[in-house]
Design a protein around this ligand. Structure first.
Ligand SMILES: [Cu+2]
Length: 171
């Protein structure tokens, strides 16, 4: 109550613009990951699979653009690259919704989905800022059965991207 009054007083005094400038656009751990179908890091965070530090920050699989690994080249998250770790495989339809949960709404160039050794979908946001959740409809085309999907969130104003692998069974 008291702090609300103080904030109101601060805004009244014209300090609000200063606050807006000094707040970071997102903390060091504020980014995003695929929540459903549950990505490998989402399964870590939910305790479905026992994991190391990634379980505390599933949104932090960040690396240079153009990588092809589930860990985005992060040694601390190398277990995400282990196909034998017992990841839960989600049964999905030929056309499936992939949902991202974003803890920072970074300006976005593209979203890309790879499976079966090729790119199966790409969505171009042209530098726009996404909402807190983002959903894409991805069609698997001729791909059937168990697939490891590598999803990539390419940031428009940095050299980096965020990576998430999702294990699915297409039927
Ligand atoms: Cu971020």
């Amino acid at each position: 109550m008291k702090s609300k009054k103080m904030l109101a007083a601060a805004i009244g005094a014209g300090i609000a613009p200063l606050l807006a400038v000094s707040l970071p656009a997102g903390g060091a751990s504020a980014h995003g990951y695929i929540s459903s179908p549950p990505s490998r890091q989402a399964q870590c965070a939910a305790g479905v699979v026992p994991c190391g530090s990634i379980k505390y920050e599933p949104q932090s699989v960040e690396g240079r653009k153009g990588l092809t690994s589930c860990s985005g080249g992060n040694a601390a998250f190398a277990e995400l690259d282990n196909d034998s770790k017992g990841w839960k495989v989600t049964p999905v339809s030929r056309t499936t919704s992939f949902n991202w949960r974003l803890t920072a709404r970074h300006a976005t160039s593209t979203w890309q989905y790879y499976a079966g050794g090729r790119k199966i979908a790409e969505f171009n946001d042209g530098g726009a800022r996404p909402g807190e959740t983002v959903t894409h409809q991805v069609n698997f085309g001729s791909l059937n059965g168990k697939q490891k999907v590598l999803a990539v969130w390419n940031i428009a104003d940095t050299v980096n991207a965020f990576y998430a692998c999702v294990d699915v069974n297409v039927s």
